[in-house]
Design a protein around this ligand. Sequence first.
Ligand code: C2E
Ligand code: MG
Ligand code: MG
Ligand code: MG
Length: 286
Amino acid sequence: AAKSAGKNRFSYFTREMDEEAHMRLRLIQELRHAIQLDQIHVHYQPVVELQSGGILKAEALARWTHPLFGNVEPSLFIPLAEESGVINDIGDYIFREAAATIKHWDALPGLPLEISINKSPIQFGTKDQDKWLDYLQQLELPPDRVTVEITEGVLLDVSENVSSKLFEYRDAGIQVAIDDFGTGYSSMAYLQKFDIDFLKIDQSFIKDLVTNHGNRAIAESIIAMAHKLGLRVIAEGVENGEQMALLRDAGCDYGQGYYFSRPLSANDFENMLVKRNGTHSASSLH
Ligand code: C2E
Ligand code: MG
Ligand code: MG
Ligand code: MG
């Protein structure tokens, strides 16, 4: 009896694994057509200067609206897009869409906003020579209005592709941010070598910042180190006023999170800007 139960359990697990594998393949197939079918769009989340409350920039975040499953989480579909290589097309699409939107918002009152765009390690791969600089030129958007967000792992990749691309960005004036900082391995020397502009403190350190002294010490150390190296710091995942005040008093430059705003559709973000800047003053949140 034990043996057959084991066997049943085994076939149960394999069936479940089959279904999961099947679902992954299905989603990858559908992702390939998602752009043409107009299922991919961009949401925008403000990055706010903690001292003034002014908005520096928006981070572009990919959204996939599946006809059957509704909104699929980026934490689910971005890894599938990376595995299958579709991330190159999706990444280019998000870049063009977001850059054009920021350019469009120049017509609104308030400061010209910058745009921050995520770029995954796969997008630095051998085949990919992104045409992002060409597109910015076409759009007449100055490259220094654009930040590319990469993770620490990308910096440690010693391949020629990565370093030549990062130097190309630096020479053109595109800014570079290290996303999810503190969760991977970083070399301080690489922050200097590639002339990195921003560190984004990972939200896991911000979550219990107020009660967890270890995480507070980590956040404060990152801020101090970054400033000594001439980098600016953005805290991710700021959800309440206590966290905001603590970070501001610790000298953190910028914050991003639900406390200021959730990621918004282009329309909603635009309405938010217009509401704040009805007069020609700088845009401000909180
Ligand atoms: P990320 O680049 O670190 O983006 C920040 C994530 O934190 C976003 O999740 C955002 O919605 C979420 N977030 C913002 N404020 C808060 C907060 O106060 N509390 C909490 N709990 N979360 C907050 P999202 O949009 O689900 O994206 C997840 C990840 O997917 C991104 O992390 C990024 O790594 C990746 N991703 C999203 N869009 C793209 C893209 O266009 N290209 C690439 N390569 N990756 C992308
Ligand atoms: Mg990011
Ligand atoms: Mg720079
Ligand atoms: Mg992050």
